[in-house]
Design a protein around this ligand. Structure first.
Ligand SMILES: O=C(O)COP(=O)(O)O
Ligand SMILES: [Mg+2]
Length: 225
């Protein structure tokens, strides 16, 4: 039996332009054990992905801030501190960089994300003053509590699914996946991964982006035979 799988979205199921690569659909739908979609994106994104793949709902959103297994929703924190940081950042004359309709933060419950083309130094200073950290995923700067991570949430989700976290295999591409890689039994960084994910992963694929995910999934399935 294949192990349960935790998979990142951006940079792992997508191509270099950010589109979901259709090759991943068959792999995720055919996976014979639970699949946990674990992302830095706000909660509706992985829920929608699971919905339109018609796979069981097991998701981690907001870098571990929110998780859902079936009908069991857990919010592992709140947004108040990150919102104060965002407000202070705006007061200093910066905007979050998402344009007029901020869909990046609209449904975000436990953190605030800032566009990577915005100044990082004042954001870090304001976050530190709130006891928060700024995590650069390569897709956004996330202002979040340091004790929240995809790894910690996966421990919780694994338990709710009736597994130990070490039963899982995980595939990802960036520093927000590194804690998850440390928790699971087997981890794969896709070849486009950042230095943090590469250093934390047990294995690195030859292919990049979704091609790397497909390669990792095949390797995980082969090892389970
Ligand atoms: O939201 C981000 O910044 C990155 O999202 P990801 O965790 O799915 O790669
Ligand atoms: Mg990613």
């Amino acid at each position: 039996m294949v192990p349960p799988l935790a998979v990142d979205i951006d940079g792992t199921l997508t191509d270099g332009a950010g589109a979901i690569d259709p090759r991943v659909f068959d792999v995720l739908q055919a996976w014979a054990s639970p699949v946990v979609v674990a992302t830095g994106k706000a909660f509706p994104y992985p829920v929608a992905l699971a919905h339109f793949l018609a796979i069981e709902r097991a998701v981690i959103a907001e870098n571990g801030g929110v998780s859902l297994v079936g009908d069991d929703l857990v919010v592992h924190g709140d947004r108040a501190g990150a919102q104060r940081v965002a407000d202070a950042y705006r007061d200093e004359g910066y905007d979050l960089g998402w344009g007029g309709v901020d869909l990046t933060n609209r449904w975000r419950e436990t953190e605030v994300a800032v566009s990577r083309d915005r100044p990082l130094a004042p954001l870090r200073r304001l976050a530190e003053a709130e006891g928060l950290e700024v995590v650069d995923t390569g897709y956004a700067y996330h202002v979040k509590a340091p004790n929240i991570s995809k790894g910690r949430a996966l421990r919780d989700v694994a338990d709710r699914l009736g597994y130990d976290v070490t039963d899982f295999a995980a595939v990802g591409d960036s520093r927000n996946d590194a804690h998850m890689f440390e928790e699971v039994g087997t981890s794969y960084a896709v070849s486009n991964a950042d230095e943090h994910a590469l250093a934390a992963a047990d294995n690195v694929t030859e292919a990049s982006y979704a091609g790397g995910f497909v390669e990792a999934a095949e390797a995980i399935a082969e090892r389970a035979e």
